[in-house]
Design a protein around this ligand. Structure first.
Ligand SMILES: *[C@@H]1O[C@H](CO)[C@@H](O)[C@H](O)[C@H]1NC(C)=O
Ligand SMILES: *[C@@H]1O[C@H](CO)[C@@H](O)[C@H](O)[C@H]1NC(C)=O
Ligand SMILES: [Zn+2]
Length: 310
């Protein structure tokens, strides 16, 4: 049921080569990128048993002897799954950083579980994300939202975060990694991770793949316009490889996701104006974007403007 795909990009040559095998890493110098695709996870929401949390992609960027993981999953079980994958993917290398893209718990709750296996791994984030991370553990929010969705599956001990300098730059074996604070994504204080030597952007929840986008927080035209502006900032980085955090396993790691994320925002804006009920809005989005995964996020994003959510 849980899907695994490993993809390797070589940074040594000008053109990106994609090798679908974890075993090839040792034969490359420079940086390598692997992506783990966590399968959709069932959630409990409003007595509904058929909704699932969107599939989530975790990016591991490794050098000769150390690595950076971008985000950590929500549940402890998913964290264990990532630990096994890292051990298989970069045997003998140390995990130096867990970089958190933004403050939604599905991108960091299991970081402490990972640190039990990799005690030297530091969790790093921008100041805005570090503050948002702390907020996710506060009551009654934590219990009414996260613990309700994933009962007894989430580590309740808050993770500790090292705040990055203002310029967002950190290094792995001499390569610059930059947390780019774009502002609004599907939440406030969002970032994407830019690795110039790989022409890589890890999109967090700013750039989506084929998954329904979250609008529960982006509940005004102004906030949705800000999300569009953030996507322009991502495009300006001119990445050749883009890994959205919520994507389907069969999606390409393509910069096209930037425009497709905009298209979804504009469609949501239009359908919201045309809909009188959340059911109508959900129907229109499903019809327009039949390939997108993430039935829980779709339901929540459609109910929120009609006041029928949490
Ligand atoms: C869920 O089920 C309970 C018990 O049957 C009911 O009281 C409640 O209204 C239901 N909630 C929703 C959102 O349908
Ligand atoms: C986080 O976002 C809020 C809302 O957009 C903004 O007011 C605040 O300055 C941001 N904080 C940081 C540290 O970037
Ligand atoms: Zn997310």
């Amino acid at each position: 049921m849980l899907a695994l795909k490993s993809v390797l990009f070589s940074a040594l040559i000008g053109t990106m080569s994609t090798i679908v095998s974890a075993n090839r890493i040792a034969h490359h110098n420079g940086l390598s990128v692997h992506v783990y695709h966590l399968a959709p996870e069932p959630v409990l929401y409003q007595n509904s048993t058929d909704l699932s949390f969107s599939p989530t992609a975790f990016t591991l960027i490794s050098g000769h002897h150390s690595a950076v993981l971008v985000d950590a999953p929500a549940t402890t079980g998913q964290g264990q799954e990532i630990i096994e994958w890292i051990a298989k993917t970069i045997p003998g290398k140390s995990l130096k950083y867990i970089y958190v893209t933004h403050g939604h718990g599905d991108h960091f709750f299991s970081a402490g579980v990972l640190q039990q296996k990799y005690p030297n791994a530091k969790v790093i984030a921008t100041k805005g994300t570090a503050e948002h991370i702390a907020q996710q553990y506060t009551q009654p929010f934590f219990d009414s939202f996260w613990a309700a969705l994933f009962p007894d599956k989430i580590d309740t001990k808050p993770i500790s975060v090292d705040v990055l300098p203002e310029d967002g730059i950190f290094k792995l074996e001499g390569h610059d990694f930059r947390a780019v604070s774009v502002g609004q994504g599907d939440t406030y204080n969002s970032t994407v991770l830019h690795v110039p030597s790989l022409d890589l952007v890890v999109g967090g929840d700013v750039v989506y793949g084929d998954c329904h986008q979250l609008f529960a927080e982006d509940n005004t035209p102004e906030l949705r316009a800000k999300w569009l502006d953030s996507l322009d900032k991502v495009a300006a980085l001119k990445p050749k490889v883009v890994v959205p955090s919520h994507m389907r396993e069969d999606n390409a790691y393509s910069p096209d996701h930037v425009d497709e994320t905009k298209e979804y925002i504009r469609a949501y804006e239009q359908f919201l104006k045309e809909s009188k009920t959340w059911q109508e809005l959900e129907g229109k989005l499903k019809e327009r974007f039949p390939d997108r995964d993430g039935t829980f996020i779709l339901r929540w994003s459609c109910q929120a403007p009609f006041g029928a959510d949490f």
